[in-house]
Design a protein around this ligand. Sequence first.
Ligand SMILES: [Zn+2]
Length: 337
Amino acid sequence: MIIGHEKIIYFLQKSVDNDKLSHAYLFCGPEHLGKTIIAENFLFKILCEQKNKPDAFLEKNTMGKCGKCIHCQQLEKNIHPDVYFINKEENKKNITIEQIRILQEKLIKHSFYGSYKIILINQADALSLEAANYLLKSLGEPNPKTIFILIAENIKSLPKTIISRMQILKFLPVATEEIVDYFEKQFNLKTEQALELAKISINKPGLAITFFQNKNLLDKHKKQIQEFIDFPQKNLNEKFQLIEKILPTKNGFLKNVKILQNILSQLDLIIRDLILIKNSLNTFIIHSFLENKLEKLVQKYSENQLIQILKAIKKSKEYLLVNANPKLVFENLILKI
Ligand SMILES: [Zn+2]
């Protein structure tokens, strides 16, 4: 089941129906929006034998698949011989050139079913520069029966030469109404509950579903937000203790960068809520379950101060992109809040 992204789905369906497939696609956008699920559906759409079957999308938001042919069955089990998945190996920093080399060897061979060979690269932004350049060879000399699908959160780390050879599909957060509609229809949720899920997941359908299925995780998330809201009340010593708790040194650099990136996005939303409250636009706030606390907190700041904090958060995000030490970045920011 896919939520939202109608234009992208329509585009992909039409490119199969009209036999106008690109040799390389780049699905890009933040996590939890549905890039992977759409890419997987796209595989079915390309390979399923019943090509002319009416698309189920209009009714069920899935791309057409019969579910019975050999392709559908093998895709379902993740054992289709003409589909290759490349993922970053655990504990490795990058997708390595070795992984791409092994892939190239497989691509030289004929397709098992005489149809398309499809390569799905997850976290393509983690391709090492060497691996990306090696991959570029395949993109530069496209084989008409080979299709690359790259999934990436941040395309800045991909060489421009790769991006320019791909059909780019940008994923944006899904409209609140679409997420609300999904939960109302699929799970009989009341509008109020569905709206809370849409808001707290910042219009990311994947996250909304995770929160819906895992109440513990949702509670933990809410608790963390609560902690941030209490943050300005704490003294300097308490603040620094909390930083160590959130970003323990033993985590290592990359893990702490990822954690801090999420925290910065969360802080950003809290400050935006405060600005909305400052302007009496409470109905639009994301963290409505904490409205009372936010109402109190907002009195500590002028609107201009809040805007300055937003700028400082943005700056912190930029520092992380150029490999600054996450703990220092966070400490620096905290002093300004
Ligand atoms: Zn099929």
